[in-house]
Design a binder for this molecule. Structure first.
Ligand SMILES: [Fe+2]
Length: 340
């Protein structure tokens, strides 16, 4: 969705912007990719790249994980940039393309603190996505319908196709940035986004002979229920899914939105999403099976802003072929000493 220009002096001009938003159908938000057996998704998060960084160092660092992980898809779950200019963003996207692995991303609360607008970056990514579709000159999967009615700048889905059917749906969502109304703090998923999710999941089910298509979600700011998940795991360690050698950690209290917009309740009722992956809290790394849905913090991909040097790298989420679409995890940790 395009950011509204709220400072326009003319009421007429405001109306043109606000009233011009278009309603799209669920299918308009869907990209497609082939599912391959035991599909490996590498989650990188909170890169926070900015103009003052030694980007080559961070690229070398992330390549350690990418080479080991051998992913079929890379997902960057927000806070991609902080104090970055267009040149830094373009350079990062070119570096991602150089990995020759399909990639996608969503935004975090810091991605608007840059020398470009979110609308500029979504237009750039939309163009990369078109290039991929046209002549395979990019590996970018991204779609923001800038004139739609849905809040946020990255709400779309990637259908993983197997034998001409949707095997799994990867739902990328924008958890937005800050809330200034009612309270000051992190924003939440708004009702129009919850409606969008509902329509996407229901339409996908309808197109699949009324059978629910399982989905995984990727976004930045954890839902408030992440606290319930951690509490549940304290009492029942069998809920913890971190792989051997990667102790589940909550080193900071989750900075989730203060307002609960009821998204989790809807997700549960619809019964499609069985894994949700996010970032935001840089020094947490747990994955917990809470009420049948995996709640997973990513592993921070660079040491920018704040970090625990022993919790840097990335996580592979493997989606298996079995009937239950089971999920397994591999955590990769590295130190900057390896690339200095
Ligand atoms: Fe962050």
């Amino acid at each position: 969705m395009k950011n509204k220009l709220v400072f326009f002096p003319s009421l007429f001009a405001v109306c043109l912007t606000a009233c011009g938003n278009k309603a799209y159908e669920a299918k308009d938000y869907i990209l497609k990719m082939n599912y391959e057996s035991d599909f490996r998704i590498l989650q990188l998060t909170d890169t926070h790249l900015g103009d003052k960084d030694n980007t080559k160092l961070h690229y070398d660092f992330m390549e350690l994980t990418i080479k080991e992980a051998k992913p079929k898809l890379i997902v960057v779950t927000g806070d991609v940039f902080t104090f970055a200019s267009k040149g830094t963003a373009i350079d990062f996207f070119a570096w991602l393309d150089k990995q020759q692995v399909p990639w996608t991303l969503t935004f975090g609360n810091h991605d608007e603190q840059c020398w470009f607008s979110i609308d500029w970056v979504t237009s750039y990514l939309n163009n990369l996505n078109k290039k991929r579709e046209k002549d395979h000159s990019s590996y970018c999967y991204f779609l923001d319908l800038q004139d739609d009615k849905v809040k946020g700048n990255a709400n779309f889905a990637i259908n993983l196709m197997k034998d001409d059917k949707v095997f799994e749906q990867l739902i990328i969502m924008d958890s937005n940035r800050y809330n200034y109304k009612g309270y000051f703090g992190y924003d939440y998923f708004h009702q129009d986004q919850i409606d969008w999710y509902t329509s996407l999941v229901n339409q996908t089910k309808a197109d699949n002979n009324d059978k629910i298509v399982p989905s995984l979600m990727f976004y930045h700011i954890p839902l408030p229920e992440v606290n319930d998940a951690w509490e549940a795991a304290k009492n029942d360690k069998s809920l913890i899914l971190n792989p051997t050698g990667s102790e589940a950690q909550e080193n900071e209290k989750p900075c989730n939105p203060l307002y609960n917009s009821g998204f989790y309740k809807v997700i549960k009722e619809l019964g499609s999403t069985h894994g949700m992956y996010f970032g935001h809290d840089h020094i947490n790394n747990f994955i917990i099976n809470y009420e049948g849905i995996h709640f997973g913090y990513g592993i921070k991909a660079t040491d920018r802003v704040y970090a625990d040097d022993s919790l840097l790298g990335g996580r592979v989420i493997t989606l298996h072929d079995d009937e239950s679409h089971s999920l397994t995890y591999e955590d990769y940790y590295h130190t900057y000493k390896e690339v200095m």
